[in-house]
Design a protein around this ligand. Structure first.
Ligand code: FBP
Length: 271
């Protein structure tokens, strides 16, 4: 890894990636509750919030929409990804090159590695190529590090999640994006074994404001750098409100209650 505190991916050393590759990974079902979230322009508008340090998208969305937002949004190129229609052993197609991502204006790259998959060897070799090319351009590297595959019975145990964060350090990721391991204590261990690689939490499925912000708070208190989140933002009717609260928790070290009070004062929830 390299120091990235001067990178557009971070603000005060912290990270809040808005992930929007769900149309590929999960399909349009993720946009059903808030239909306007299917429109990338809506999510690019959300990403102009000060709390968002980067927007992670696939190539087609970047090509079609980023030119209108390049002054207001930092682009993280999610280089690989696979649809939910795929039923094989976990794998992820490389959909664009680092050269092309750089040409479009990305300042960081994201790459999924499924440690434990029968495809781990190929995925790590593809990561190596992308990571070294990103270094030539000075682009920050984020590993979506998910233990997943036939041979893994317990992919989401604290031990597997700590191992996935460590893979990020071993393989040269500046940021490792991991699932929440279930407790602050487990997150502390995950952060500890990741060394100089920053650890961020993967958002997961949508939950209440309190539950979601409490998870984020425990990541920050455990020494984590922040989060990479999609559904808990764009599946909300008022994404700005939760971003206001996240800004407080991640960048101002507020409590969950303080963050929710401040967000409520700025944008009262409709009765
Ligand atoms: P969420 O916050 O919605 O979980 O998004 C984070 C993310 O990693 C996305 O980039 C990706 O599309 C999705 O989760 C993949 O989730 P999973 O592989 O667990 O279904």
């Amino acid at each position: 890894m390299i120091p990235i505190d001067d990178s557009p991916l971070t603000r005060d050393g912290k990270v809040l990636i808005l992930a929007y590759d769900h149309g590929l990974e999960h399909g349009p079902v993720d946009f059903e509750d808030v239909p306007e979230s299917a429109n990338p322009e809506h999510v690019f508008d959300v990403a102009t919030h000060d709390a968002v340090t980067s927007l992670a998208v696939q190539k087609g969305i970047a090509e079609a929409y980023y030119p209108s937002y390049e002054d207001d949004v930092n682009l993280l190129a999610k280089l690989n990804g696979t649809s939910n229609l795929w039923r094989g052993e976990p794998d992820s197609a490389v959909n664009w090159s680092v050269d092309y991502a750089h040409e479009i204006g990305a300042d960081s790259i994201g790459f999924t590695v499924y440690g434990g998959s029968n495809n781990e060897i190929e995925m790590v070799e593809e990561w190596r190529e992308a990571q070294e090319k990103a270094r030539e351009y000075g682009m920050a590297t984020v590993m979506w590090s998910y233990p997943r595959g036939q041979g893994l019975r317990n992919a989401n145990t604290p031990g597997s999640i700590a191992y996935s964060a460590r893979l990020g350090l071993e393989l040269g990721a500046d940021v490792a994006k991991v699932k929440y391991p279930g407790s602050q204590e487990a997150m502390e261990e995950t952060v500890r074994v990741a060394g100089k690689t920053k650890v961020v939490m993967s958002g997961g499925s949508k939950r209440s404001d309190e539950e979601f912000l409490s998870n984020v708070k425990s990541v920050i208190d455990a020494g984590g750098a922040g989060l990479a989140v999609g559904r808990n933002i764009f599946q909300r009717e008022n994404p700005e409100r939760i971003l206001d609260a996240l800004e407080k928790v991640i960048f101002e070290e507020s409590t969950v209650e303080e963050a929710l009070d401040a967000a409520e004062a700025a944008a009262p929830e409709a009765e």
